[in-house]
Design a binder for this molecule. Structure first.
Ligand SMILES: [Ca+2]
Ligand SMILES: [Ca+2]
Ligand SMILES: [Ca+2]
Length: 133
């Protein structure tokens, strides 16, 4: 009976642990080039280089964004061409804002208060995002 209780406790514990969200670091959605590569990158602001960074990664074998969640502009847990397109639309034709944690639509630079965790989904991760404390 003790063995059964122990196994039951372990099963319950593993269910609780597996249901916890993955704890990535805080980030701002859309800032795909927050970690400069070879001196190229503009962390702390949303610019055209964010879209370019993701396009180079997707189609030219460039380095992966260290914060995949930030590059996942439309928050569908997949990094596709739809993400840089959404960033470009947001920048140039007043497209829809990204899902949270989204940058304040007040210009290129965003305040640290825009930083936050990924509210949903745990397929992509955010390993490193220096602009957020
Ligand atoms: Ca940027
Ligand atoms: Ca996406
Ligand atoms: Ca997500």
């Amino acid at each position: 009976m003790k063995t059964f209780q122990l196994i039951l406790s372990l099963v319950v514990l593993s269910l609780v642990v597996s249901s916890l969200p993955v704890m990535g670091v805080d980030f701002v959605r859309g800032d795909a080039d927050a970690v400069p590569v070879f001196g190229v990158g503009a962390g702390g602001e949303i610019t055209i280089t964010d879209a370019i960074f993701t396009l180079v990664y997707l189609f030219l074998g460039g380095p992966a964004p260290p914060c995949l969640d930030a590059a996942d502009t439309n928050d569908d847990e997949e990094l596709t061409i739809a993400d840089p397109i959404m960033t470009l639309m947001y920048l140039f034709i007043l497209g829809p804002a990204a899902p949270p944690p989204a940058p304040t639509p007040s210009g290129a630079a965003y305040p640290a208060g825009d930083c936050g965790p990924d509210p949903a989904g745990a397929v992509l991760d955010c390993a490193l995002f220096p602009p957020c404390p």
